[in-house]
Ligand binder design. Sequence first.
Ligand code: NAP
Length: 436
Amino acid sequence: MSESIRVGLLGCGTVGTGVIRILEENREDIVARLGAPIEVVKILVRDPERPRDPIVPRELLTSDPAEVLDADVHVVIEVLGGYEPARGLILDALARGHHVVTANKALLARHGGEIFKAADAAHRDVIFEASVGGGIPIIRTLREGLASDRIHALYGIINGTSNFVLTAMAQQGRPYPEVVAEAQQKGYAEADPTMDVGGIDAAQKLQILVSISFGIAIPFESILTEGIDRVTAADIQFARQFGYTIKPLGIAKAHDDGSIEARVHPTLIPQSAMLASVNGVFNAVMVNSHALGPVLFYGQGAGMMPTAASVVSDIIELGRNIQRGTSGRLPHLAFHPQHTSGRVHRDADRTRCPFYLRFNVKDQTGVLSRISGILGDHSISIRQMVQDTSLPGEPVHVVLLTHTATEGDVMAALKTIETLDFVVEPACYLRVEDLQ
Ligand SMILES: NC(=O)c1ccc[n+]([C@@H]2O[C@H](COP(=O)([O-])OP(=O)(O)OC[C@H]3O[C@@H](n4cnc5c(N)ncnc54)[C@H](OP(=O)(O)O)[C@@H]3O)[C@@H](O)[C@H]2O)c1
């Protein structure tokens, strides 16, 4: 048997504990695959004294990062979360000659460029399978499995909390605040759920998917990001009448002019689409590529064991490289940057898709013709329309599906429509993807 692969753990919470559990429970299979055992030699935590899962070897715990970084390890696993001290410790680990595995999407989305540069300088690898889709092996698939193909588009349900909330609203007809409270109680949502329901977590993950699918690193803050908190029970009902369901999607598309579009928002997709049946906390990513066509990856996007399974697969990959004395086999973004310089982030105003528009208006004559006239002035044509019934004198909902329109035109038209005296409140707009 070869020499063991020695690892230091930075963090031993949900994911770190899962890593120890998998190394224990799958030991034989791991040795059979790697030809060597994986040995955890030191574990950084905030508080070594607090009660933990009995599987965690307490004698390895420390609150001093140097005890992990200075240990005789091949690989450092960062499962702390957050920006600091995670960023600084990863840079220190690389400088000391360790390879790094991280599950930290927030860190990679903001500081990936700096970390990958440091890894290149140190001739070490940083890999990150668990950072998107938890246990779904989507990173390795995009970087290696689809290396032969040209990716046209990807559509991901990559935030389980948002999917749980929209699923419960649609299936049980319950209001948004009640479902968010249940998600918090079940541990699916944080006490402050903004990162999840506001779309920020999904934007961070989409940034990573875009970088390895198209070879460009776009700032995640520049991704058009809207949360599911804008979706009401009425929108779910109207979408259903049009044959659609509303899902929290991260969307990325490559255009012929070299521009890459990226956006995160609740999206109407056909009820018949496979992604429409991805419910609850489950995640899925659909990739559409030139040769393969559509392919769907579905599974648990979070949780101790699924996420830790991805982390341990990364350790095995690095272990195999270490055994052969190699590193840097794959460019960090899966592309050599000198060949992707023509690719740019497409301005959000230029993105095009059909729109769902819901207007709350006074019930008076001429409303429809004024709205459709303004939409027409902005080159937006109507595909379908419904109007709900109202009590005399009460406002009504006028709900439209448009044909494909440009984001900038739709926003300009809505701005004008909102100034009309019969409009009771700002329009609700959602984007539509027919996933053909
Ligand atoms: N949980 C999931 O399902 C999941 C899925 C995909 C990706 N991830 C990513 O995995 C990473 C870890 O998530 P998690 O859920 O395992 O987090 P967690 O349960 O909060 O665990 C964090 C661990 O890091 C330690 N820690 C935090 N700050 C520290 C500091 N300043 N100094 C020393 N130790 C510190 C904590 O110590 P104590 O134990 O003493 O508190 C704890 O052991 C995050 O980047 C997350 O985004 C998680």
